[in-house]
Design a binder for this molecule. Structure first.
Ligand SMILES: [Fe+2]
Length: 261
């Protein structure tokens, strides 16, 4: 399995506090069945700044330490970029990192509201050939109140990433309900852990995929898994299936088409 959103790098945000915690997370990832993960430290969220070049450097060091400790886990460069008005200046200054060198970028909204210019930002990125993935929209209060807010973003060219802990109830009932609602509406394209700490907020990726399969069916599970791999490989993402029977058929056709390519 591939995990596209994690905070495994030591001491640079609110994820792993030091190298020991990074190694604990890496071992836990392997135990969960994860073969590759993207390190996505917070960037420009008002508290942490982790520019692309710095993240690359950190990844190289941690990858070398994993090899020394015989932990078979491939790390990729990423960032969780807080949506802000200077994002495009930061992009031009090469401060932003896409996910694993692909054309996908992970964007984080504030937890209370959807930024006023969110659709403009998505549009701007898509014009540049960069495809925004919205980190855990199920944890944004405005999206929870009105899922059409996320629909507008998806229609503008963005994708949705749901978090394992959200769908497994770790953030409470309301976020759990919102997660499944967004999944069922076809507004979620991939699943990842947003892991910060082995005990407090670990991976639970295998468990979450099993839950997706049981709640929504195999086609959702396959879509989310294939899309995590597609991000690393910089391929087109599959559209999410939806729960209505006609859309379900459409989702399957897209998956079949994908394999026939
Ligand atoms: Fe995160």
């Amino acid at each position: 399995m591939i995990d596209i959103h994690t905070h495994i790098l030591p001491g640079i945000d609110d994820g792993a506090a030091d190298l020991d915690e990074s190694l604990d997370l890496a071992r836990a990832a392997v135990a969960d069945g994860i073969t590759g993960l993207i390190a996505t430290p917070h960037h420009a969220n008002g508290k942490y700044m982790n520019e692309a070049g710095f993240v690359r450097n950190q990844i190289e060091q941690l990858q070398a330490t994993l090899a020394e400790n015989q932990i078979p886990l491939q790390l990729y460069v990423g960032q969780e970029v807080r949506v802000h008005s200077d994002m495009f200046d930061a992009w031009n200054a090469a401060e932003l990192a896409t996910l694993a060198g692909s054309t996908y970028i992970l964007l984080e909204m504030p937890s209370s509201t959807v930024p006023k210019r969110m659709l403009e930002y998505i549009h701007e990125f898509t014009i540049m050939g960069i495809r925004p993935i919205i980190a855990h929209p199920e944890r944004n209060a405005e999206v929870v109140q009105n899922p059409d807010k996320l629909r507008e973003m998806v229609e503008a060219g963005a994708y949705g990433q749901v978090t394992t802990h959200s769908i497994l109830g770790g953030f409470g009932k309301q976020i759990e309900r919102a997660s499944w609602q967004l999944c069922r509406a076809g507004l979620i394209h991939t699943l990842s852990s947003d892991a910060h700490h082995v005990q407090k907020r670990g991976f639970r990726l295998h468990e979450a995929y099993v839950k997706v399969r049981n709640e929504l069916g195999e086609e959702f599970e396959r879509c989310y898994k294939l899309n995590a791999e597609a991000i690393i490989a910089n391929r087109e993402l599959l559209e999410s299936p939806m729960e209505t029977s006609s859309q379900k058929g459409k989702g399957w056709l897209k998956i079949l088409n994908f394999f026939q390519k």
